[in-house]
Structures are given as C-alpha cells and as structure tokens.
Design a protein around this ligand. Structure first.
Ligand code: AMP
Length: 300
C-alpha cells in the first residue's frame, strides 16, 4: 500500500559540534521518504524552487519515490537553518524561509486521492488540512508539527489534530501544545484534541507511545557516534508509518509497538551523517539487522 506524504523538501544549513552542512538536501518529506521506502512506495506532495539541485531529485527518484506531484515553482526552495548544542538534544532554529511554500496549493492527482496511509509531515497545518481534504478514505493518518506552527498557526493546527489518528511531538512541543509539563498529562490533553495515539520523541532516549489503552516505551538504537540529529523525527515517522502500511490493522497495539521499533531503527541511520547521506545508503538488510539487535536490547 503506497504512502502519501505532504511536507517540506528543503535546503538545510546545519551546524553541530561535529561539523556543518550548507544548503544540503533536507526537509521533513525527504527524510520521511528515505526511511519509508523500505516498506512501501512513497508519493511526495511538495514544492521546490528553480534553485533546487537536480541531483537531489535524482536521489529521491532513486528511492522509488513518486515525484509526479512534486511541483517545481518559480522562486527559491524552502530553506531552514539550525544549530545544535554540545549534547545534541537542544536545537535552535536560526532561520526559516518558506519561499515557494508560501503560495503552495497542492492538487493531488486522482490516483493519489485513493491512498490510505497518510503522513502529514512538518509543514503549514493549512497545507496538511488541504491535502487531507482531498484524500477520500484515509485509513491511518499521522501528523508531525513543530513549535513554529504550534505558536504561529495554532487554530489551523487544532483543525488538523482533530482529523488524525496519531501525532508525533517532542517533550517541548507536547508541553507547548497542551500547557502541561508532565508528558503523560500533556499526552492525555492532546488526545482530547483528536488523535488516539501520541508519540513523544525523546531524541537519544527513544520514544514513548501513549494511548488510552497502553503506554509503550522504546529506546533509541544505541550508537557511539552521532553527527547530526536533523531529520530523526521524520525518519522515525518513515519507519513507523512504513511498518503500519504493510500490516492489517494499524490500530492494533502490537502493530503500533513494532512500528515504533521500526521508527527508532530508521532514525538511527538519519543521525549518523549530515543531510540524507547515511539514510540513503541504508539497505533493507541493515534495517533488519538493527531491528534484531533492538529486540535483543529490550529482552529480559
Ligand atoms: P526534524 O529534525 O525531524 O524535526 O526535521 C528537520 C527537517 O524539518 C529539516 O530538514 C528542515 O528542513 C525541516 N523543517 C524545519 N522547520 C520546518 C518548518 N517550519 N516547516 C517544515 N519543515 C521544516
């Protein structure tokens, strides 16, 4: 079952204590697609500008990603710049330039309106809503967002939240959205806004799934060397939605637990290099080897 993703395809400038990258391929939809490709074909809904390097499109195409709905518009590509503190857990956004995304009005091709697994990657919530309006019978919809939209476009974000099955947030976003400092009470408040599952991403400490019926915590895949955490959340989402898209019931607790394990494994490749370099190289076999190691890690 193909997966539909709407999100950013970007040029990122990132600085970490271990180096920096300038105008490198990034964007929430790019990282998601590079991870989800291991499980199902991916259709990307996004826009890039005239300055977007053709080799990046080639790389995305090389993943088998359907780019027929990727618009090429007049103007500059979305740009984001960020900097990480020494511990890699704190990130400061230095610059966000929406550029061609400011006027983007996605029009899905008829065959894409039939897709059932949808990832609303980090982008303006109005665009997320717009895409959801066009999908006829979504089976499982996952939403990602960030401070930028929680603070700047809250009303539209609340509309989106009411329409999705699961939402991915980090601690800070969960607090900002709910007004609660405790993540479990924050998740309960977020569930009252619509989603039946809240995934709290905890960086190097993994992720916590919080639903009415269960709580599940999965560690991050242990790595001795991390270069750049950018895109970890999107790669997690790629593994998470990717796994669900291959199964029968995306609301089944065991399926969701396994999906989270697939998520942290995909995220582990994203953080091993700047941009998409390592994630793009990862093979399905490498994914399976890390899944096996993760299973052993939590055995007792
Ligand atoms: P993550 O590290 O998973 O939060 O994702 C980082 C990616 O999100 C980067 O590649 C950025 O290009 C992209 N990004 C950052 N801010 C935004 C934003 N406001 N809207 C859409 N995408 C963004």
């Amino acid at each position: 079952m193909s997966i539909l993703v709407v999100g950013s395809v970007a040029l990122d400038s990132v600085r970490t204590p271990f180096g920096e990258a300038k105008d490198a391929l990034g964007g929430s939809a790019s990282y998601f697609a590079a991870a989800a490709r291991h499980f199902s074909p991916v259709v990307v809904i996004a826009v890039v500008g005239e300055d977007f390097p053709p080799q990046h499109l080639k790389m995305l195409e090389g993943f088998g990603v359907d780019l027929t709905s990727l618009e090429r518009a007049k103007g500059a590509t979305f740009r984001w710049a960020g900097e990480y503190a020494q511990d890699l857990n704190t990130r400061k956004t230095l610059d966000t330039q929406l550029n061609v995304f400011a006027d983007f009005n996605p029009r899905l091709q008829p065959q894409h309106c039939e897709l059932e697994y949808v990832f609303l990657a980090n982008i303006h919530p109005e665009l997320q809503n717009n895409v959801l309006d066009q999908v006829k019978k979504p089976r499982y919809v996952v939403l990602d967002t960030m401070n930028y939209w929680i603070q700047g476009s809250r009303k539209a974000l609340e509309t989106t939240l009411a329409r999705v099955d699961a939402v991915l947030l980090n601690d800070e976003e969960a607090r900002l959205l709910s007004g609660s400092t405790n993540i479990f009470s924050a998740a309960r408040k977020v569930m009252e806004m619509g989603p039946s599952l809240v995934v709290v991403k905890k960086g190097e400490h993994g992720a916590v799934l919080i639903a009415k019926e269960f709580i599940f915590t999965v560690p991050a895949f242990p790595l001795e060397s991390v270069s750049d955490p950018t895109g970890a959340g999107d790669a997690f989402a790629g593994g998470f939605v990717g796994h669900l898209s291959t199964g029968k019931d995306p609301r089944d607790e065991n399926a969701l637990r396994a999906a989270a394990a697939h998520g942290v494994v995909c995220a582990s490749f994203a953080v091993e290099s700047f941009s998409l370099t390592r994630l793009a190289e990862a093979t399905r076999n490498e994914v399976d080897v890390r899944l096996k190691a993760l299973r052993e890690l939590v055995r007792f």
